[in-house]
Design a protein around this ligand. Structure first.
Ligand SMILES: [Fe+2]
Length: 314
């Protein structure tokens, strides 16, 4: 029995030496600058969430990330259960938070009551398929060119960690997360990954919102955003390439989670994923158990490079 059951991932917080340099990358990746306070910059996606990315001035470092509480009473329960306080957030959007530390030392803010903006409407045309060939009848497909497609929302964070079991247990026991798939180096051997989703009961949620992955040192492995659709992942690949950014892995289709994915490094080498079409599971889905050689593969596209696997930053 966990202390609470949290809702989805809400934002990530990093410090960077040159805020404008990383903000420019994020704008070209599809995030929209929505607020500034002091030297900090806040960026949003098109879903109605105040901000999903915070950049602060400082050394290159992941500071932490946040999940949404289901209600204010859950914040009080979490504060009482962890010996922390409920604090007012003095940043754009306001709201309340309980700030925890996960086992690798990163901040995990559980928040509630941040202002909710209107969604940003992005016009996307239907796509014909063999089974439904006239979804776009009499209407030529015309995609925007030479610009980023705004991303829909933040989706998951992956941490590299030498403490896979301990980290996964903390997120299960504190925030009620559920294991979608567990990966072991060999059957009965060392655990290398735990794909965790949030528990919203009968509601279907992303296959994973948080994933600790085996690494010699703890750190940021990647942060992931849902694109508007598959065309957006493909078109934005070419847009980021034209802007001269470093491509890390993709395009391909994961096995675990099934997303069509594409990974890009920001100017500091921190990996950012675009994806479309994830598996969605309710709380009753069973947990998959895999050996690495069967689970950590693609359905199509090249396998993960050594560079991707070891791309863990502080
Ligand atoms: Fe991912």
């Amino acid at each position: 029995m966990s202390i609470i059951k949290c809702n989805e991932l809400l934002y990530i917080r990093r410090s960077v030496p040159d805020v404008t340099q990383v903000e420019t990358f994020l704008n070209r990746f599809g995030l929209i600058t929505c607020a500034k306070q002091g030297e900090s910059v806040y960026l949003r996606a098109t879903d109605p969430v105040h901000h999903c990315y915070i950049l602060e001035q400082g050394p290159a470092r992941l500071l932490g990330f946040a999940f949404l509480a289901k209600c204010e009473a859950d914040l009080r329960t979490l504060a009482a259960g962890t010996g922390r306080d409920v604090e007012e957030i003095t940043e754009p959007g306001g709201g309340l938070r309980v700030r925890l530390k996960e086992p690798n030392g990163y901040d995990v803010d559980i928040v509630y009551g941040i202002a909710v903006p209107e969604p940003i409407n992005v016009e996307r045309q239907a796509v014909n398929t063999g089974r439904e060939p006239t979804l776009r009848a009499d209407e030529p497909l015309r995609l925007p060119r030479g610009q980023a497609t705004p991303v829909k929302r933040i989706a998951h964070v992956v941490l590299g960690t030498p403490l896979v079991e301990e980290t996964a247990a903390w997120f299960r026991e504190t925030l009620g997360m559920l294991p979608s798939d567990e990966v072991f180096r060999t059957a009965g051997g060392e655990q290398i990954a735990s794909f965790l989703r949030v528990d919203k009961g009968a509601e279907h949620v992303d296959h994973h919102a948080f994933l600790p992955m085996r690494s010699d040192t703890a750190g940021f492995q990647h942060v992931s955003f849902e694109s508007q659709d598959i065309d957006a992942v493909m078109a934005d690949h070419h847009y980021l390439k034209s802007m001269g950014y470093e491509h890390l892995w993709g395009i391909g289709r994961h096995l675990l989670g099934s997303q069509l994915f594409d990974y890009w490094n920001d100017p500091l080498g921190y990996a950012h994923e675009h994806w479309a079409d994830s598996d969605r599971l309710s709380a009753t889905a069973t947990t998959g158990v895999w050996e690495a050689k069967e689970g950590m593969v693609t359905q199509w596209g090249e396998g993960a490079s050594e560079q991707f696997r070891h791309n863990v930053k502080p």
